[in-house]
Design a protein around this ligand. Structure first.
Ligand code: GCO
Ligand code: MN
Ligand code: MN
Length: 388
């Protein structure tokens, strides 16, 4: 049995805002004292993470003086050097400050939109300066509580204009960076545009530089929409668009929980890890979650270690699934193919279509075959429960 120790090749990353969460919620004040960005890097170094990601204002407060900015960056860089952590991803905070109460790129006020562009340009520069190769766009405020207030087509057009602009900016600066769009259906807005990973994938194809833009799907966000996260990720993988991923957990039908990875839905977490490993996803495994409000910083360490450990355990389970003779025999049986139908598939030809139209099928016999999925699924459950 493996020791489940995180290693750099696992590319486990955390945001400053995740382990740095002070336990505030809509009903209660912080339960933990804030730590500096440098201290958070040391904490992540201690638990064995590979990288740290940040929003511009997680690192540099929105009203910091140039001297403060310089000092923070110096301390942060030193912490990175001392711990060996890297910064694979950066992003912009376009949701916290009251100026963004009506959104950033989709705000109705053109001055707010221009300010959001300006803030993003500076934040991209900051991310690149610290080594980020992936830049995430999460439009938490890009939505509305009432469709009386904003034309949804205009909102999409404004988002497109923004993404086209930032792609051109990155090209113009010669930055080695790709953009990853993160969907969420609601929270903090009543409804957020481009609500799911599927929406984002379709939207990306309308961009001028779609090759520079992919997705950053998040477990909790798709679960909030009642969707199968693994299927959304599969679609992104198939499209070559899985640039980043936000791992956490979320009970269906609840508020935005940001729980420790695999804490609630072990089975769907298993199929997700299996998918990522089967298809050789080689981007960051980023945990966008935070410790319970009940915890002190030891609890935060337990939380961070737990995210990575559960991922590695599930990775081992995925390997066990591949090695399990009974499971593999069932899969072989389920997917049996004598090649007799090959003549009808592949590229369309008139002849193939005529032959197919004339072919006799025993529909009743086909329908009558039991597929053994019950047996297969029970084997998966037993594997996950540790009795195989
Ligand atoms: C959320 C989002 C954010 C984003 C982050 C990085 O629900 O608050 O998941 O945590 O991932 O802003 O873009
Ligand atoms: Mn989230
Ligand atoms: Mn996220």
């Amino acid at each position: 049995m493996a020791d489940y120790v995180p290693k750099p090749e696992h590319k486990f990353t955390f945001g400053l805002w995740t382990v740095g969460s002070v336990g505030r919620d809509p009903f209660g004040a912080p339960t933990r004292e804030p730590l500096s960005p440098a201290d958070l890097v040391y904490l992540l170094g201690e638990v064995g993470a590979y990288g740290v990601n940040f929003h511009d204002n997680d690192l540099i407060p929105i009203d910091a003086t140039p001297a403060e900015r310089k000092q923070i960056i110096t301390d942060f860089r030193k912490a990175l050097e001392n711990t060996g952590l890297v910064v694979p991803m950066a992003t912009t905070n376009l949701f916290y400050d009251p100026v963004f109460k009506d959104g950033a790129f989709t705000a109705n006020d053109p001055r707010v939109r221009a300010y959001a562009f300006q803030k993003t340009l500076h934040a991209i520069d900051l991310g690149v300066e610290l080594g980020a190769k992936i830049y995430v766009f999460w439009g938490g405020r890009e939505g509305t509580e009432t469709d009386a207030a904003k034309d949804p087509v205009t909102a999409i057009k404004r988002t497109r204009e923004a993404m086209n602009y930032f792609c051109e900016y990155a090209i113009d600066q010669g930055y080695d960076i790709k953009f990853a769009l993160e969907a969420k259906p609601n929270e903090p807005r009543g409804d957020i545009y481009n609500a799911t990973t599927g929406h984002m994938l379709a939207f990306i194809e309308t961009l001028d530089h779609s090759e520079m833009v992919g997705v950053n799907p998040e477990v909790a966000h798709e679960h909030m929409a009642g969707l199968n996260f693994t299927h959304g990720v599969a679609q992104a993988l198939d499209a070559g668009k899985l640039f980043h991923i936000d791992l956490n957990d979320q009970a269906f039908g609840r508020y935005d929980q940001d729980f420790r990875f695999a804490m609630v839905n072990i089975k769907s977490a298993f199929f997700l890890v299996k998918l990522l490993e089967d298809y050789g996803y080689n981007g960051s495994r980023h945990f966008d979650a935070h410790a319970f409000r009940t915890e002190d910083y030891d609890g935060v360490r337990d939380f961070a270690r737990g995210c990575m450990r559960s991922y590695l355990i599930l990775k081992e389970k995925a390997e066990q699934f591949r090695q399990d003779r009974e499971i593999q025999a069932l899969l072989a049986e389920i997917n049996q193919d004598d090649g007799a139908m090959d003549q009808f598939f592949g590229d369309f030809t008139k002849e193939k279509a005529s032959a197919l139209k004339a072919h006799p099928f025993d529909r009743v016999a086909l329908a009558g075959r039991g597929l053994k999925y019950e047996k297969l699924d029970q084997l998966v459950i037993e594997l996950l429960l540790g009795v195989r």
